[in-house]
Design a protein. Structure first.
Length: 117
């Protein structure tokens, strides 16, 4: 199965109403499971925003690193496709009101299929 990462940025995201959300503290690692793709994510506050780093094991020979800096109100998403015509496993990082909120895609309520710890 082909696995890819997709980055999307939304300038008007809000932490209100996030289902299955977790608020991370600086340098607090979070385990993420997106189907058969697993990894960890954390952030470091910097002068230009929150530097978010996620490292994922996709089953390839080398892990994949996702790296972005979020200003207040911005979001970034990691997406792993599941199959043609099927919804992807997704996890979104949103900087909102001085916090970093991590949430899995709302359509996956089973923590085994898409989760954070």
């Amino acid at each position: 199965m082909l696995k890819t990462l997709t980055l999307s940025t939304a300038l008007t995201a809000s932490a209100a109403g996030f289902a299955d959300a977790q608020i991370l503290k600086p340098i607090q690692a979070s385990v993420i499971d997106l189907g058969t793709t697993h990894g960890t994510a954390y952030f470091v506050p910097e002068s230009n925003g929150y530097h978010v780093i996620a490292t994922l094991d996709t089953g390839a020979s080398a892990p994949v690193r996702f790296d972005t800096t979020l200003a207040d109100g911005q979001s970034a998403k990691i997406s792993v496709p599941t199959g043609v015509g099927q919804p992807a496993f997704e996890i979104t990082f949103t900087r909102a009101g001085g916090r970093l909120v991590v949430r899995k895609n709302n359509m996956y309520s089973d923590p085994v299929t898409a989760s954070f710890h």
